[in-house]
Design a protein around this ligand. Structure first.
Ligand code: XMP
Length: 319
């Protein structure tokens, strides 16, 4: 049996051993995992680490700013912030298949990385916040034939051409353990306690083709939903809560005129590791309040539904 303080020291020794005097580049996704990995690696090797935050424009409201300020101002960790929104959104044009979206985003991430790595004079290692459940879910169904459920964009190795080795200090950990390690490393509670957010971001919460307009609509709805969840004191009781923008329009009525706009689905689940999940049983009045606010405040949405599917058979994300 080990404690998180011991794990931290062991991993620091491992990282030093693996990296030597090499340079490490770490991709920040905006989420907790890559942030914890980066802080741990920085503690081990200091300024041999450079973080690169590839901002794909598929982040939630205010998220990019939060990450940049945490790293630059609180930790003083060298951080390159790449605004690649146009690159990602133009490449996603016309793409509606979930796996095609994931693959494009994963590949483009690596392309941008490679370019940034060159700019800082090359790196020998790439650090990632891969967790244990990512490793097993991407590989196969246990006991069944080898089937990829979803290609997680932060797993699967790197193209040979990059010629970098992987540093993945969280590979043995589950989410709750990563949070514990984050606290152990002094990351703020509010940051460590944040709900997981997938690498491909809002792209997999917009079934069908993704566009800037749709991302903007979804960001607004999602922010209202999360604000209400926080105000109700429910945030920490939920593993993940988010809005999904459906490629379906329905008829509604507002004031004295007819509307014909998109449907927004709300999802909230409880889970301990993301591998199985139960729906969060909100009070119907709470959901009604959120629905009213979203329809009133977000232009482009005129109907809100709640997703009652557990995992399995559903997955947490819609794509
Ligand atoms: P699913 O949708 O497979 O998600 O039930 C399980 C957990 O993994 C997150 N997720 C991802 N995380 N890259 C990530 O870093 C990804 O490509 C990705 N896809 C899903 C999801 O948000 C949930 O917490």
């Amino acid at each position: 049996d080990w404690t998180m303080a011991e794990y931290r020291q062991t991993k620091i020794a491992d990282i030093r051993q693996q990296v030597g005097k090499g340079k490490v580049i770490c991709g920040l996704s905006g989420g907790v995992d890559s942030a914890v990995a980066a802080v741990l690696i920085h503690e081990a090797i200091g300024d041999q680490l450079t973080c690169v935050f590839v901002d794909h424009g598929l982040m939630r409201k205010g998220e990019a700013e939060q990450v940049v300020s945490l790293f630059r101002n609180s930790y003083n960790i060298p951080l390159v912030h790449v605004n690649a929104e146009t690159l990602f959104l133009s490449g996603l044009k016309g793409v509606d298949d979930p796996e095609a979206k994931r693959k494009f985003i994963g590949k483009t991430f690596i392309d941008v990385f490679e370019e940034e790595a060159k700019k800082i004079g090359g790196a020998d290692f790439l650090a990632q916040g891969t967790l244990y459940p990512d490793v097993i879910e991407s590989v196969s169904f246990t006991g069944g034939p080898s089937v990829t459920i979803k290609s997680h964009h932060n797993v699967g190795g790197l193209p040979e051409r990059m010629n970098m080795k992987l540093v993945e200090p969280l590979r043995e950990l589950f989410k709750d353990e990563v949070r514990e390690l984050g606290r152990e490393l002094g990351l703020p509670d509010a940051f460590v306690g944040r709900h997981p957010f997938p690498g491909p971001g809002l792209a997999i919460r917009i079934p069908g083709e993704v566009s800037k307009e749709k991302c903007d609509i979804l960001r607004k709805a999602d922010a209202i939903y999360l604000e209400e969840i926080r105000n109700a004191g429910l945030y920490d009781a939920i593993w993940q809560a988010f809005a999904v923008l459906l490629p379906v329009r329905t008829v509604g009525v507002m004031g004295d005129h007819r509307t014909y706009e998109s449907v927004c689905a709300l999802r909230a689940v409880t889970s301990t590791d993301g591998m199985t999940a139960d729906i969060f049983p909100f009070d119907p009045h709470f959901l009604a309040r959120v629905a009213t606010r979203i329809v009133n405040e977000v232009q482009g949405i005129n109907r809100v539904v709640y997703d009652y599917t557990s995992k399995p058979p559903g997955t947490i994300e819609w794509e």
